[in-house]
Design a protein around this ligand. Structure first.
Ligand code: KG4
Ligand code: ZN
Length: 334
């Protein structure tokens, strides 16, 4: 069975085809990041318009020589995300499903991030823990089985990626700051600044990053000559604070849940220092840590096509809108 996945929840226009026998057989992602970089963040109106312009080209590239008539069903991200951007993807999905007369399945974007590592590592079996760290979300989730997710802890304020991006701005780095901070940090001393590790020792699994970001803000404000070495030291010290907090919380989550497989998903999972920091927990906790390959850390349609292939359609190609800007995991059906 072939499932075509469509992802337009934020600033990536992505389409992929998942074949139940052969896995991903075609995929394409167009990132709008350069367009938004000029504004220092994603501009929702521009994002919707650009999805509209780019989606046909992305479809062509994703399917290549594949005949669209061989697609059995369409899965698309219907939330959470930017409303206009989601509506754009939904309209496109509805048009295709009507033209091809095949079913349509709305997919929760977070479920895509949580489940897709199984696509790459079939040996992962539920239940497992997932640390989902992206620009919009920071949560530790107990993935009990497909469709059943318990959030064990989550950020009470900024998401981790958001904190990276805000600190990036403070250091005059281009948007999004995450990858630039990682690069800059390689030349810095992670012990140069003793930034706070918010909620690290709280007895729950919740997270908080706005105090850390504010501490970086005050540090930067008080430095007269913010030269390249100081910037690198700040980047490395900030990154280390994030890694320390996340490692500690993963440790707690493993101890509390007894799970032995941990996956790290979302855009921030691309960070190599974070990867190795959490990988270090493997031997002491007796767990196995999995990371999606870099192309599946950020937003992509392969994860949507894959989850679509697992979810059965109600058989229809509904014209009503299923789009939701907010769609908590707790409201997912199996
Ligand atoms: O999952 P994603 O592509 O989009 C959503 O937010 O859904 O995540 C984007 C976030 C941005 O905040 C970006 O700065 C961060 O992931 N990011 C990184 C790295 N690569 C991307 N943060 C730290 N280190 C990285 N290498
Ligand atoms: Zn995402």
């Amino acid at each position: 069975m072939k499932t075509l996945g469509i992802e337009t929840s934020c600033d990536e226009t992505a389409i992929a085809v998942y074949d139940s026998e052969h896995g991903i057989i075609g995929e394409s992602v167009y990132s709008q990041i350069k367009m938004h970089a000029e504004y220092g963040g994603v501009v929702p109106e521009l994002a919707s318009r650009d999805h509209c312009v780019k989606i046909i080209g992305v479809l062509k590239e994703a399917i290549g020589d594949l005949d669209l008539k061989t697609i059995d069903q369409i899965a698309y991200t219907s939330g959470p995300g930017l409303l206009g951007a989601l509506l754009m993807g939904e309209s496109f999905a509805q048009g295709l499903s009507t033209a091809l007369n095949i079913p349509l399945i709305p997919i929760n974007h977070l479920e895509g991030h949580l489940m897709s590592p199984v696509m790459e590592f079939p040996e992962i079996k539920t239940p497992y823990l997932s640390l989902l760290v992206s620009g919009g979300h920071s949560m530790i989730v107990d993935v009990k089985e497909r469709g059943s997710y318990e959030i064990l802890g989550q950020s009470q304020d900024d998401a981790v990626g958001e904190a990276f991006d805000k600190v990036g701005k403070l250091l005059d780095l281009p948007y999004p700051g995450g990858p630039h901070i990682e690069k800059l940090a390689t030349a810095g001393n992670p012990k140069a600044y003793d930034f706070p590790r918010p909620m690290m020792h709280s007895d729950n699994l919740n997270l908080s990053f706005s105090g850390l970001k504010t501490s970086v803000l005050y540090t930067v404000r008080d430095i007269e000559d913010l030269n390249d070495q100081i910037k690198a030291d700040i980047a490395a010290s900030f990154q280390q604070a994030v890694i320390d907090v996340l490692s500690k919380k993963i440790k707690k989550a493993v101890e509390a849940s007894g799970r032995s497989d941990v996956i790290i998903a979302g855009g921030v999972a691309a960070n190599k220092a974070l990867r190795s920091g959490i990988k270090d927990l493997e031997s002491s906790l007796g767990i196995k840590v999995y990371y999606p390959s870099l192309k599946y850390c950020g937003d992509n349609a392969a994860m949507i096509a894959y989850v679509g292939s697992l979810r059965s359609s109600d058989g229809g190609n509904n014209k009503a809108s299923s789009v939701r800007a907010r769609w908590p995991l707790s409201e997912l059906s199996k």
